[in-house]
Write a protein that binds this ligand. Structure first.
Ligand code: SF4
Length: 363
């Protein structure tokens, strides 16, 4: 964990490179702080706009790092009900999607990606069908946020690591969290950040140790091991019971609520028996009142497996009612609208197959 105060940026990030560049060229250390302020307080992401720097330094930065501080540039966007999906391209040509939602209540939320594709192969997931092309860098993860708060000047109330990729399988997620929550950088409250995982246990342990205030959502999708393995192959390596144990310990220690996501698929995992078995798993934990089940009806409009269908609304209601009658907190998850649904693994990965590839792995 990077416990230092900036300027002492996490290694292999843009700010570490800037710091080294400035030091090598003999500039005073406060120049980095000036750049951080301009970027994160004013939202200036073009070196040419950093008027607090001497002109020769601006020109030198531009020559060394290119015109923009951002490691990603937006190349397309798509609008749906209450949401906008932006397609970004990295300097090496990798393409990822970010979803910005503005709810009727005024609340805004960003759903960000952490990998180009994903190697975990969940069978309901468009991103998993592509395979893992590479991890995003910490800068690329953070720049999805910086783009909206900087050039777009949007208020971002919450952030979900719930786009493409398994966030906890990417080690760069951790320096990204450091930068997002650092008061001299993005300055976001960790309580407004949610990391979603299908159960990458080593990353879960690290997350709850290093960032106990960050919200965690574990995708469950079935209370039965065999069936869960058919949906989430990672179950084979890190069984649900181990993941629940990590969360149980975290909840008892941090007194933080955690979320269990349950993707409801027609005639597969939507029976009363499933609800009862799930309730049994939750109620035997030490603090079941701090576990909340978010039920997400499968979206077959963007799904990849034609065998999986969306359950009828009555079944969704009765599944939630069965959980509640067993003493489990459960709600239907508020979903993004229309064709840009963004439940984990449901971001449509069609752009990946058209991206110029192979993408060189960043440092
Ligand atoms: S659901 Fe998440 S972890 Fe599973 S393949 Fe898709 S992106 Fe990866």
């Amino acid at each position: 964990m990077y416990v230092h105060v900036f300027p002492n940026p996490p290694p292999r990030t843009r700010y570490a490179a800037l710091q080294e560049f400035l030091a090598t060229a003999g500039h005073p250390a406060y120049r980095l702080r000036q750049i951080l302020r301009a970027v994160h307080e004013r939202g200036s992401t073009e070196f040419a706009d950093l008027s607090e720097l001497p002109k020769p330094l601006r020109e030198a930065l531009l020559e060394e790092f290119g015109p923009s501080v951002l490691a990603l540039r937006p190349i397309a966007s798509e609008h749906g009900e209450q949401v906008e999906k932006v397609l970004f391209e990295s300097r090496q040509g990798a393409r990822i999607e970010t979803v910005f939602a503005r709810y009727r209540t005024g609340w805004t939320s960003l759903c960000i990606s952490t990998q180009v594709g994903c190697g975990l192969g969940c069978t309901f997931c468009a991103t998993g069908a592509v395979g893992l092309l590479r991890n995003l860098t910490a800068d690329e993860i953070c720049d999805q946020v910086l783009y909206f708060r900087g050039p777009r000047q949007e208020e971002v109330d919450s952030i979900a690591f719930m786009g493409m990729g398994e966030a906890l399988a990417n080690p760069h997620t951790f320096p990204a969290l450091e930068m997002l929550t650092h008061k001299e950088l993005h300055g976001l409250s960790p309580r407004r950040i949610t990391v979603s995982t299908v159960g990458f246990a080593p990353g879960m342990r690290r997350l709850v140790d290093e960032h106990p205030q960050v919200n965690v959502t574990l995708s469950v999708h079935s209370p039965y091991d065999e069936e869960r393995r058919s949906l989430i192959p990672l179950q084979q390596r890190f069984p649900l019971a181990d993941c629940l144990e990590i969360l149980d310990t975290h909840v008892a220690r941090a007194r933080r609520k955690v979320y269990l996501a349950y993707l409801l698929i027609d005639e597969l995992n939507d029976t009363e028996d499933h609800a009862r078995a799930l309730a049994e798993l939750v109620t035997q934990l030490r603090r079941p009142g701090l576990f909340h089940v978010s039920v997400i009806p499968y979206n077959d409009a963007v799904g990849v497996n034609p065998a999986y269908r969306r359950p009828p609304p009555a079944r969704v209601r009765s599944f939630i009612a069965a959980l509640r009658s067993s003493g489990v907190h459960a709600t239907r998850r508020q979903q993004f609208g229309g064709n840009v649904d963004a439940a984990c693994g449901q971001l449509h990965a069609r752009y990946l197959s058209t991206a110029p590839s192979p993408q060189a792995a960043p440092p």
